[in-house]
Design a protein around this ligand. Structure first.
Ligand code: ATP
Ligand code: MG
Length: 356
């Protein structure tokens, strides 16, 4: 198959992990005789430096024509003093919005090889296998107006959702639950927020179309607690943008490191942007320490969701497991008896597994 992939490396460790993702895609293409072509564009801080805007027009144009998009990460202390509309993060929010990437899928599964790298008890973490479905183009991140008023003494952020925006993300979550263990937990704050009460109504309504899926509602504070006391309780969680952001960083402790979590962001036409859940990690950027596995697992999601390449995706996941079985890991993972390697070193190990 021929596929055209747009790479948006971005800032911090973004370029390092994007390099790893590209190497793995190339290894898959070689092994399965596909032809993958690549095109790189600026986004985030690097785009501000080079082109004066966090989201250049040619980046959007290229992304719209791609079969799939891989993104590294954006942001860093260098750009922290810029005004809100000029922040690197605006590049990421902008591309999500412009491509209509409303559904963010974040699978979280404990790796048996890394159980004691988690600060939680092994027996608590071991059985966790969940999917967070996060709404990505609405809520507080896109509230209007977001501003300082009254001479700086008052501040306003708004949490707005159209009913249709809730319907489409909830529908995606039911679809995901249907191909998993058929349990959906809808997470909200309905005792406080009107948006959450509408969210509950929509979930109740949608559930009639999916009678085979068991649904429950859970308040976000309770869900936050349960994620670390009994993560195996969950199958699919669906929630609004901000709650999903917070819960997925929390859930990353189940895997031992933020550097292990992949994600896919999909729109109505199934076009996908794939990125690691972690950010630009300025504290370790440029040191070849970044764990590339979140990005490599995001590549597996790309192969499956955007290209329908199930076997290839499984091959990539199997390669990651084999490398972990052999004890290799980067420095973010605290593994007694393991073999610590650099970020590019770990990516090479995965590539070698795919190629042999
Ligand atoms: P953002 O605001 O972009 O979501 P963040 O505040 O969540 O970013 P990250 O940049 O993800 O922060 O980093 C959080 C911590 O996790 C940092 O200490 C960073 O070094 C570490 N970290 C993140 N990703 C990786 C990775 N791939 N490999 C190793 N360590 C990582
Ligand atoms: Mg974060």
């Amino acid at each position: 198959m021929e596929k055209h992939i747009v790479l948006l490396p971005g800032d911090g460790i973004g370029p390092e992990v994007t390099k790893a993702a590209k190497k793995v895609l190339q290894a898959v293409a070689d092994r399965y005789q596909h032809s993958f072509t690549f095109e790189s564009h600026d986004i985030g801080g690097v785009a501000i430096d080079q082109q004066g805007t966090p989201l250049p027009e040619d980046t959007v144009k290229a992304a719209k024509k791609a079969d799939a998009i891989f993104l590294g990460a954006v942001g860093g202390p260098k750009w922290d003093q810029l005004p809100g509309h000029m922040r690197p993060e605006k590049g990421l929010l902008g591309i999500r919005k412009q491509l209509g990437l409303f559904a963010n899928l974040r699978p979280v599964k404990a790796f048996p090889q890394l159980l004691h790298a988690s600060p939680l008890k092994q027996e608590v973490v071991a059985a966790s296998d969940l999917l967070i479905v996060r709404e990505l183009t609405g809520g507080l991140y896109f509230g209007q107006p977001s501003e300082r008023r009254n001479g700086g003494k008052e501040v306003v952020d708004t949490l707005a959702y159209e009913r249709s925006e809730i319907e489409r993300i909830v529908d995606q979550a039911f679809k995901s639950a249907r191909v998993r263990r058929k349990q959906l937990t809808s997470v909200d704050k309905a005792n406080v927020l009107e948006s959450s009460r509408m969210w509950r109504e929509v979930v109740e309504e949608k559930s009639k179309e999916y009678p085979d899926v068991l649904v429950e509602h859970m308040l976000v504070d309770a869900a936050a607690m349960k994620l670390v006391t009994n993560p195996a309780y969950f199958d699919v969680l669906v929630t609004e943008n901000m709650f999903g952001d917070i819960l997925s960083d929390e859930a990353s402790v189940l895997t031992g490191s933020l550097g292990m979590l992949p994600s896919a962001s999909l729109n109505e036409h199934g076009v996908g942007l794939y990125e690691p859940v972690h950010g630009s990690a300025p504290d370790i950027a440029g040191q070849n320490k970044a764990n590339p596995l979140a990005s490599i697992l995001s590549v597996a999601m790309m192969l499956k969701h955007s290209f329908g390449m199930e076997e290839e995706a499984e091959q990539v996941e199997a390669a990651v497991h084999e490398v972990l079985d052999e004890g290799y890991h980067t420095s973010d993972i605290d593994l007694v008896g393991g073999i610590q390697v650099s970020g590019s070193g770990l990516a090479t190990k995965v590539v070698d597994q795919i190629s042999t």
